[in-house]
Design a protein around this ligand. Sequence first.
Ligand code: NAP
Length: 250
Amino acid sequence: MKIVVIGGTGLIGAKTVPLLRQRGHEVVAASPKSGINSITGEGLKEAMAGAQVVIDLANSPSFEDKAVLEFFETSGRNLLAAEAAAGTRHHVALSIVGIDRSDNGYFRAKVAQEKLIKASSIPYTIIRATQFLEFLGTIADSSADGTIVRLPPGLFQPIAADDVAAIVADVALAAPRSGIVEIAGPERAPFNEIVARYLKAVGDPRKVVRDPEARYWGGWVEEHSLVPLGEARRGRIGLDEWLRRSRAGT
Ligand SMILES: NC(=O)c1ccc[n+]([C@@H]2O[C@H](COP(=O)([O-])OP(=O)(O)OC[C@H]3O[C@@H](n4cnc5c(N)ncnc54)[C@H](OP(=O)(O)O)[C@@H]3O)[C@@H](O)[C@H]2O)c1
């Protein structure tokens, strides 16, 4: 079947596209560089023609509150309109666990993206993932003040991009749930402890301080803000295995 992956060149997109091709599907890896742009609408009609499934793995180039909201709202509207015109049978989107339980500009934009999907006529599956292990360095940087990294002790359960891509591919090939599927990594521990383990393992001398008042991208994080509350599909790759694979370049 024909599958369009919007953001097919990104961290998750570039891992998902080959998994779908290996299973014999015709996959369009869409991105602005390949002339398919969910903001301007360029190339969408041609890309969607005959596609049964569209997977939205695009991300905003700017994480500034207003820019990111505009990105996910405009991109979502354009994609869903093009899919409705093309008769797409399954819209899959990657969202984030807890976007409605913590408050920051990026999470608000993902809530807006989900709202558009739920209101559309296209059968859908929203996959809410926890933070990617690949994102730990960025998280440390965003929470750093000089050599100190302040993080709240709320629970954290990061997932490897390889696990996310494998689950995205499975979900895209299954029937639409018209609902949300939550996915998370195999280990759950306080946010500050996981980031401290990561920094130590990569030889980063910055010190992680447990600070219940520290915010995550400007939002409050309570004990269960960032982890699935109910049943969630778990990835297999924990932090140690992910570090081993990263060092080995696999
Ligand atoms: N980071 C996390 O921890 C986390 C957790 C859960 C869910 N998510 C979600 O996962 C999704 C994928 O994230 P990622 O880290 O894989 O993203 P990424 O590496 O930043 O890749 C973004 C992709 O979007 C494409 N793109 C940007 N603007 C576009 C446009 N106007 N039209 C079409 N494509 C466009 C980019 O194309 P170019 O290569 O041409 O720029 C690239 O392929 C995002 O929706 C994010 O919200 C992230």
